[in-house]
Design a protein. Sequence first.
Length: 143
Amino acid sequence: MEYVFAADFQADPDGGYIVTFPDVPEAITFGDDLAEARSSAAEALGFALRGYLALNRPLPAPIAKRKGLVAIPVSATTALKLAVIEAFRASGMSKSDFGRLLGKAEGEARRILDPDHPTKVQALEAALALLGKDIVISVRDAA
């Protein structure tokens, strides 16, 4: 699971840049300069992807590959949260069983699985391990 999507940066005639994502049409944002637009793009992308999961929709596949598009990753914590929710849904496990296996109350397990509830990285790591997932960190030069 990799949460990196192609973004289209277009100069706005009124100044700044408008950013859209062909694979995630719900993610649209703006920045006064390229650095601000890039930062806003990562935030808008994460918000839109969490929205998919909040509506019980599957995440779109990152498939757009067109010249001029820029790869934008979601934040690390958002990527972990998305991965936990996707892995949980694929597991067929109940939230009660998930909580019990994590050694947490069902309410806390539900919060871990809530796309908009902030969760500590350690809890997300434990949840992914329980769901049979490894976390691999990759650091690259920003585009």
